[in-house]
Ligand binder design. Sequence first.
Ligand code: GLY
Length: 427
Amino acid sequence: MKILVIGNGGREHALAWKLLESKRIQQVVCIPGNGGTATLPRCQNLSLRVDDFEGMARFALVHNISLAVVGPEMPLALGITDYLKSKGLMVFGPTKEGAQIEASKSWAKNLMESAGIPTPKFAKFTDATTAIAFVRERGAPIVVKADGLAAGKGVTVANTLAEAIAAVEFLFQNNFHTVIVEEWVTGEEVSVLALTDGVSVRILPPAQDHKRIGEGDTGPNTGGMGAFAPAPLVTPQLMARIEQEILQPTVDALRQRDIDYRGILYAGLMITPQGNPTVLEFNCRFGDPETQAILPLLETPLEDLILACVHKKLSDLPPISWKSGAGACVVAAAQGYPGSYKKGHPISGITQAQEKGTIVFSAGTKLKEQQQVTDGGRVLSVAATGDTLAGAIAQAYAGINSIEFEGMYYRKDIGDRAIKTSSIPNQ
Ligand code: GLY
């Protein structure tokens, strides 16, 4: 079987790497891929834009490729699944209609409201004046969200009224026509990803990522600076509630709207101090960097999971087999990220990190004369598994310590709080 993997991040490198562990997979073609996917055996990069649906369908047809696995949200929101399916491909990822669960916060909020899914109270605005009047009336802290896709820059957790007003003004001045203002809730964030065939769900190990650039969760938001799974905060009892009260009812609500949703439903949850889960957002795809922490734990071939979703046979899939223990990954970023940064610096030490038993997933890299050089803000992530969460994290750090490029930055505290607060680090 030959598979297209759409995207160019660490998540897509992890997907390609995991798929290629199976001898049944003849070839993976990454569109456009990165410097790491270019070096994977039986893997090739194809330099097309992720919205060039016609180009990828033509390539798939000529090369007898039957399945596409879509990484990022943007092509899903633009309808990649609808297009490739119309050309005869199987696609892992929801249709354009289903992708609204991530692409339109107000659509997702309405779906949750009508299906009784717990989510913070919200109001929707189409002009700045009314939104600002509402923010003033409610006061801070308060959350301001862009309604559309914003590449991770659409959410402001405003601690002051001034910040909230600035966020509203920024969004309306930057061509967002609808803004959501949401009640601020406290607690701890977790990412719970479910496979779904549009009817049933199978939950992946719960993960936590670290969104802020600075240690101690300080500084601006990023795409994610590291992750670990399973998150000890999510007990089996809490996981059962998340499945029964959130993920399955959401899939049911999508199906009742005749939406064909086959792929990943990612719930970004807040676990309140009372231990209740509430949905901050849904995503329509695998998380990055959560995927790099979760997939190294997977023992069942990834294509079995994907094909069960695509063929609407998820309930027939035998129990998914996971390594015991934990997985973790630490992201190395370019100096200046998430602001502006330079590209083109040679990366050394990848082989040494691999020799230490870690898996190096490239993200913002490309090959230049057979050498990986930096080509993005989040450059790579180093992942490891271990018998315990502390062991997996220590191993990931042992790997990243071997890697060097000019201006390399990584957080030194990935998973610290989970290790400190958990007496059962490995459930
Ligand atoms: N790690 C956050 C995300 O994938 O959206």
